[in-house]
Design a protein around this ligand. Structure first.
Ligand code: MLT
Length: 245
């Protein structure tokens, strides 16, 4: 079993992922939102790469069963039902709903990796469950950090490092690429206080400046959910008993 970390989606073309097993991480905040929404009963998440496509597939024909969620420059998009704060994705709002999700980096990273054989998402919120899943799969994995507009982002790489560290507690014989080893080292340096690491990161500071301080606390929660969000045929559903529900 081998684990590689891609520190930005720009490190790989769409076809790179064909036949691979991929974990996408965008802890601030897209993959935390996905975990929270599924935890609170959302039927599915439909990640999209453009706002135009989100609008196109939202339609009125679905009788309120579909919600549009996401952000541009951290803020809710005009005409969307929800922004990109995990605190908005509560049971009363999302239970039984399909959520079309557009975000600056996270939903695009998922779409980029869509040709993967297995594609799941990870955040601190569901980290241990993802570690268990990867160990049980016992296959090579790519961890794709959503980054920030093609640039490195500390929080996604620290999350990748924490995920690999958890996997190594369960299974020792794993081949690690240089970027996987560097992610572990970053987690050792910055992962002791996730809230502090977030608050000092570029995107974390931007979220705080834009009024989303409480999101930082939510996104720092570690392993509160057992859900494995699993992408298949354009939608992300809860992975249950070897099959997406
Ligand atoms: C993204 O996809 O870039 C993030 O989720 C942005 C955000 O924090 O809302």
């Amino acid at each position: 079993m081998k684990i590689n970390v891609l520190i930005s989606p720009l490190n790989a073309e769409e076809m790179y992922f064909a036949g691979k097993n991929t974990v996408v991480i965008d802890v601030l905040r897209a993959t935390t939102v996905i975990s929270a929404a599924l935890d609170n009963g959302a039927k599915e998440i439909i990640p999209v790469g453009t706002i135009e496509f989100a609008m196109k597939i939202s339609g009125d024909a679905f009788g309120g069963h579909r919600l549009l969620g996401g952000e541009r420059n951290t803020k809710k998009i005009d005409g969307f039902n929800l922004g990109n704060s995990p605190l908005e994705y509560v049971k009363d709002v999302v239970d039984g709903k399909s959520i079309i999700l557009y975000t600056t980096n996270g939903s695009k990273a998922i779409v980029r990796a869509k040709f993967s054989e297995n594609l799941i998402t990870c955040s601190f919120y569901n980290l241990n469950a993802v570690a268990d899943y990867i160990v049980k799969m016992n296959k090579d994995f790519e961890i794709l950090c959503a980054g920030d507009n093609g640039r490195f982002s500390l929080e996604d790489t620290v999350c990748a490092g924490k995920l690999i560290s958890e996997i190594l507690k369960l299974k020792e014989e794993i081949e690690l690429t240089d970027s996987a080893r560097a992610s572990i080292a970053l987690n050792k340096s910055f992962g002791k206080s996730i809230t502090k690491m977030f608050s000092e990161s570029e995107h974390g500071r931007k979220l705080i400046d834009n009024g989303f301080k409480e999101d930082i606390s939510f996104c720092a929660k570690l392993s509160k959910s057992d859900i494995i969000p699993s992408y298949k045929d354009g939608v992300i559903k809860k992975f249950v008993n070897e099959q997406p529900a």
